[in-house]
Ligand binder design. Structure first.
Ligand code: GCW
Length: 684
């Protein structure tokens, strides 16, 4: 306790309000008849949760009619479940869903599902309810996940490093060996399952030499051990694969996706994998992207590449998750025509309809790369005959690297709610593109880059756990509000003290806007140190080959992505979105510099000039960062000291670092523009 290791599964002691807490009589006994591993795990979660939340040792319900919590599948022979749930309810529960009902008549709270994993999800939900309840609600709900695939991508390398990892090293590997720490893996699987994650890719999408062999007999037994642990918690294991695998070790002379030998090589690999891991999820592929090999080498396109792998996995029910993060990373900065933002759409839109039914395209939420602020990728809505998942980044690569607090759920919400206009007048928000309901896709869902490592508290910054938690909750149910998720997480992590809940929730909800204000004004990105991406460096990427520019000169800044005079990117959107972004007048302030190059004196909708906006937000942002620390400090003594201290330390660092951001950005633009701050504050 106090380390953060238990995360949101620690269930701090609950204070029920008075003698009306009638649920307590049910909570003390558990009735389960099925032996299945996943159901046994559910029982274990239940006992563990109740022990810490209520301090009770849950008994096995012995008497046939006694008050209890009953858990089980509808067909599993649990008569309490059979008595509580009617046909109609049972029909409403999908393959991963569950029903919870309190039945006074049957003296129980019943958690029923059509599958064992549904029961486990239901038990986690019951624990959440118990944690947040007053002890007296009428539980009665049927809950199904909105998204089929709810995935986490690890960028862990076999040597133990994690690409863009900010919470220590991998807990899967070290020094090119598999770590023997099943307890940690089990606890990780418990955490992920508790928020509904059902797919995890365990290695980096940049697949290096050793990791290329993960699909070979040398490593499959170890991979299969991980899959065994995941399976109990309803999680399928996926591997990132190297498109050029057949070349490694000189096995074949080519990786051409249309070459029959290459195709049969992959079919052989797939068979080997499924022999070891019968429920293997499939492949995640980064191809022709940032120097990774891909079909372009052979004059083939991405549909050729993905379909070849799809064919190999198809007989086993496996999926190919093919990333759309494809762009020219060797661009000449002098070339003002090439626009990285256009790349994903330009590459993939023409391929719509050509992918096999077990291929899913994985599309980053924005057209660039997980910046603090970006528009939504125009591929959402544009691809109408292709399975797709959205990719978020829980790891805070560009959002403070888990040293700054930046609660990303509000950002994800904005993206998911964005109307693509793909159906004209009718609403077509991204959330319904990715849940598959708009185009009736066979597969659909969300994926995100993990933010965990072997740090004791998993995420480095304790408050970054809220992003991990929130991602899962949102993937399950995009209708949840950012606020409700924050509150729920805070309650599960710190307990029910209203002062704590209030302050933590407020810190989380303010944090993205604060981070944006001292780092990334008006949709401009990339003003960071190259390579490691931490800290301010306005020109760090300005003369680089990565397609990442702000074009600031003495008169103005921003990227002209209009059709009229720029790269034409704005035309990748549909209807009113295309018009809004194209128009200097209508473009929302927060994305102005993403779409337009304007003078520093350009007046925003807010009434401020661009330069004054930069000064103001940077001064305010640094102040607000300092206030985060001050409000956290009001919580001293209201929670486990270990938890308090670890957050305080990070917030101290953030407050200091925010000043560095403020001064570097303000000074840079003051020197470029020569325009004074209206308030005459100190700029260097
Ligand atoms: O955000 C960028 C990162 C790379 C990463 C790449 C990707 C795994 O800087 O480190 O590589 O995106 O998403 O493939």
């Amino acid at each position: 306790r106090g380390s953060g290791y238990e995360a949101w599964l620690g269930y701090p002691r609950q204070q029920f309000g008075g003698s009306t807490a009638s649920d307590l009589e049910y909570y003390g006994a558990l009735y389960i008849v099925e032996e299945n591993e996943t159901l046994q795990a559910a029982a274990q979660e239940y006992r563990r949760g109740m022990a810490s939340m209520l301090g009770i040792a849950v008994a096995n319900a012995a008497e046939p009619g006694g008050a209890c919590v009953a858990i089980g599948t509808f067909q599993g022979g649990n008569e309490r479940i059979q008595n509580v749930f009617d046909e109609q309810t049972i029909r409403a529960v999908g393959p991963e869903g569950y029903a919870i009902r309190k039945s006074r008549e049957n003296h129980c709270i019943a958690v029923g599902a059509s599958s064992p994993i549904g029961v486990l999800y239901g038990v986690f939900h019951l624990l959440r309810l118990a944690k947040t309840s007053t002890g007296n609600e009428a539980f009665d709900e049927v809950v199904n996940p909105a998204n089929k695939l709810r995935m986490i991508n690890h960028w862990d390398n076999f040597d133990g490093s994690i690409e863009r990892g900010y919470a220590g090293h991998s807990f899967f590997y070290k020094h090119n060996r598999f770590l023997d720490n099943p307890q940690r893996l089990r606890d990780y699987a418990r955490m992920m399952s508790s928020v509904g994650i059902n797919a995890i890719a365990v290695n980096n999408v940049n697949v290096h030499e050793q990791e290329t062999l993960f699909i070979s007999p040398a490593y499959l037994p170890d991979i299969s051990n991980i899959a065994d642990i995941f399976r109990v918690y309803g999680i399928r294991l996926y591997l990132s694969v190297n498109f050029a695998s057949p070349l490694q070790g000189g096995e074949l002379g080519t990786a051409d996706p249309l070459d029959p030998e290459v195709r049969s090589w992959w079919r052989g690999k797939a068979a080997g994998i499924y022999a070891a891991i019968p429920d293997f999820g499939g492949f995640v592929v980064k191809a022709d992207s940032e120097n990774r090999p891909g079909p372009f080498t052979y004059g083939r396109d991405h549909a050729d590449g993905a379909n070849m792998l799809a064919e190999a996995l198809e007989p086993f029910g496996g999926l190919v998750i093919w990333r759309c993060f494809v762009y020219n990373c060797k661009q000449d900065w002098r070339d003002r025509k090439t626009d990285r933002a256009r790349a994903a759409y330009d590459h993939f839109k023409p391929l719509d309809g050509r992918f096999h039914t077990n291929v899913i395209l994985q599309i980053k939420n924005g057209p660039m790369d997980f910046q603090v602020r970006e528009p939504v990728s125009p591929l959402f809505g544009a691809l109408q005959q292709t399975n797709q998942v959205i990719e978020f980044q829980i790891a805070q690569e560009y959002t403070g690297q888990q040293r700054h607090v930046c609660y990303l759920v509000p950002q994800w919400k904005e993206v998911l709610e964005f109307n693509t206009y793909a159906k004209g007048e009718e609403d077509a928000p991204v959330k319904h593109v990715v849940d598959g309901s708009i185009w009736n896709n066979r597969y659909s869902g969300v994926a995100a880059v993990s933010n965990v490592g072997d740090d004791l508290n998993w995420t480095g910054h304790l408050l970054a756990q809220a992003n991990l938690y929130g991602y899962g909750r949102l993937a399950w149910n995009p209708e949840l509000s950012a606020e409700c998720i924050a509150e729920e997480w805070a309650r599960l992590t710190f307990g029910s003290d209203p002062a704590v809940l209030d302050t933590v929730t407020r810190i989380l909800l303010d944090s993205w806007s604060i981070y944006e204000s001292y780092t990334a004004p008006l949709g401009v990105g990339w003003m960071i140190n190259p390579d490691h991406h931490y800290g301010p460096n306005v020109d760090g990427y300005e003369y680089s080959p990565w397609g990442t520019y702000h074009f600031a000169d003495n008169r103005g800044m921003g990227v002209d992505r209009t059709v009229r005079s720029g790269t034409g990117y704005s035309a990748q959107y549909m209807g009113p979105n295309a018009e809004r972004y194209e128009s200097l007048e209508d473009c929302p302030d927060e994305l102005l510099l993403f779409f337009h190059h304007v003078p520093y004196t350009h007046v925003l909708h807010s009434g401020k000039t661009v330069i004054q906006h930069i000064y103001d937000t940077h001064f305010e942002g640094a102040e607000r960062a300092a206030e985060l620390l001050a409000s956290w400090q009001t919580l001293q003594g209201r929670m486990e000291e270990g938890l308090y201290l670890q957050v305080e330390e990070r917030l101290l660092e953030q407050a200091e670092h925010a000043k560095e951001w403020r001064d570097k950005i303000n000074t840079y633009f003051y020197r470029k523009s020569g325009i004074e701050d209206q308030q005459q504050r100190t700029i260097y």
